[in-house]
Design a protein. Structure first.
Length: 519
């Protein structure tokens, strides 16, 4: 077999959950073509599927060295080393990614731009825009727009949501209550699912909340034709540049108004998406130049919550490997969001608060070992939380005293999880969408005093709360009051519907999209 055939078969095996078998074929392909960069990329994906992030990073390093001008190769390398918590060449690797991105022509479509690699690291908004635009153009190659459909008034505005995550997934956990709260007298809701039916209770709630249409077997063009046949007025993509996305189907223009929301924290960079839904904190209108879409602002946090999601009984600290007398500092974000400056800040906190334990979400044996090594003499104060199901995870969060948000990429669903478990969160806000999400959530919760603006302020705020049990208790009581700006899903639904109606009114009037400030 040719290297290309072996690579194609290996990719199919990986998608079928047979990563070990895929690696065998990829090694055969590399024996035939030792410098084939596409094979090295597939090898990296297969190794990641097995949790072997160190080895995956090395597989990605080869194409990054062979093709230093490839944004895709440099992006996969940087993201893989972050997953492995390997910071040994981070500065050089990030510089190579930025150089490759800067050298790309603004109209290039020759490779995927890897915008998600920038999300977890410090970046300029303009860099994310360029990377996302490169990715969107690449994904949309060969897709032709359908004949234009003229918007016409109808009694019930027809809104379609497109996602692979209508299952036991963070996106579904956030959006399910909103879907259940839509006004069915004014809105006809269709859910286009291109992910699996996992049979979970969350999937069942999602399915009951709207007309669920299975489109997983359709290619991008067929998906667009199906949406067009259903005469969707406003199509909302919930994935953006995340794994399993079918956002590129929107390049066919299946709906008169097309929107990006919730899944990807930033611009899609796509010329075929009209609006990105945010709020005054995550998407201030002053940032509009760095979005390809028009910014449409909800009045409060852009992220919905599920009022029904409450934690079950908490396990004992001992069962989680934590001391009963410790100040438990929760770090629930994945290791790819942990950077050297953030880690240094956390180690500073541990030195200031000798009774504290840092309770970090496990990234697997390799990443955990690297973080222990980076902790030095403080390694004994680290406790790693293994992955568990969503309900067990929410229940165990209750034992924490304080949650330490990550930066420059904040916790998004993880911040909402901490608050749902009654745990206060301290964040550091910056100038990018992914670095402003926690601030948006905390602002809606009335916890503005937990938002900091610098690393020094972040450490000092954690230190002060760590020493003040009464202040932490006051924050817990405020969270338990379920602040309306965060937890009133009925109001959130009316605000979102009003935003849709403003978009549709412009379309009906034949006007182009424009920024829609919070009403």
């Amino acid at each position: 077999m040719t290297p290309a055939t072996l690579r194609t078969e290996a990719e199919a095996l990986r998608h079928a959950g047979r990563a070990v078998d895929a690696i065998d074929l990829l090694m055969q392909a590399l024996a035939l073509a030792p410098t084939d960069t596409a094979t090295y990329l597939q090898l990296g994906f297969a190794l990641q599927a097995l949790g072997l992030h160190d080895q995956a990073a090395e597989a990605f390093r080869t194409p990054a060295l062979l093709e230093p001008g490839s944004v895709m190769a440099q992006g996969y390398l940087v993201h893989a080393t972050q997953k492995a918590a390997d910071w040994s060449q981070l500065d050089a690797d990030l510089a190579a990614l930025r150089a490759a991105l800067a050298a790309k022509p603004d109209t290039a479509d020759d490779e995927f731009g890897m915008p998600f690699a920038l999300v977890g690291l410090a970046h300029a908004r303009a860099e994310l825009l360029k990377s996302a635009a490169l990715a969107s153009r690449h994904l949309a190659r060969g897709l032709q727009p359908l004949p234009a459909r003229t918007p016409t008034p109808r009694e019930r505005l027809r809104v379609g949501y497109l996602s692979a995550d209508f299952q036991a997934h963070a996106t579904a956990a956030l959006i399910v209550d909103l879907l259940e709260s839509h006004d069915r007298e004014r809105f006809d809701i269709r859910l286009y699912s291109h992910g699996p039916d996992d049979g979970s209770a969350l999937r069942q709630r999602i399915a009951a909340s709207g007309a669920l249409v299975e489109v997983g077997d359709l290619d991008l063009a067929a998906l667009a034709r199906r949406i067009r046949a259903d005469e969707i007025d406003i199509l909302v993509d919930l994935k953006g540049h995340t794994a399993g996305s079918r956002m590129a189907a929107l390049a066919c223009r299946p709906a008169p108004v097309q929107v990006s929301w919730l899944g990807f924290p930033g611009t899609s960079g796509a010329s075929f998406i009209d609006y990105v839904i945010g709020d005054p904190v995550v998407t201030p209108l002053a940032h509009a130049a760095d979005y390809r879409e028009c910014i449409a602002q909800l009045p409060h946090c852009y992220q919905p919550q599920d009022r029904q999601r409450t934690p079950g009984p908490a396990p004992t600290r001992a069962a989680l490997g934590l001391r009963d007398d410790a100040l438990v500092l929760l770090a629930a974000n994945a290791p790819y969001k942990v950077t050297p400056p953030l880690w240094a800040a956390w180690m500073d906190v541990l030195r200031r608060l000798p009774e504290a334990q840092l309770w970090q979400l496990s990234g697997g044996e390799q990443a955990d070992a690297r973080l222990r090594e980076a902790a030095g003499d403080l390694a004994g104060r680290l406790v790693f939380a293994p992955p568990v199901g969503m309900d067990k995870h929410l229940a165990r969060l209750q034992v924490a005293d304080l949650a330490l948000d990550s930066w420059p990429c904040n916790g998004h669903t993880t911040t909402s999880d901490a608050l749902a478990a009654g745990v206060p969160v301290v964040t550091l806000m910056n100038d990018s969408f992914p670095g402003r999400v926690a601030a948006s959530i905390l602002t809606a919760a009335g916890l503005e005093n937990c938002i900091t603006q610098s690393a020094a302020d972040y450490v000092q705020r954690i230190d002060a709360l760590g020493r003040d049990a009464a202040a932490r208790q006051a924050l817990r009581e405020q969270i338990r009051s379920r602040p309306a700006a965060l937890y009133d899903t009925t109001r959130f639904a009316r605000d979102l519907e009003a935003l849709y109606e403003r978009m549709w009114a412009r379309a009906l009037a034949g006007l182009p999209p424009q920024a829609l400030p919070a009403a």
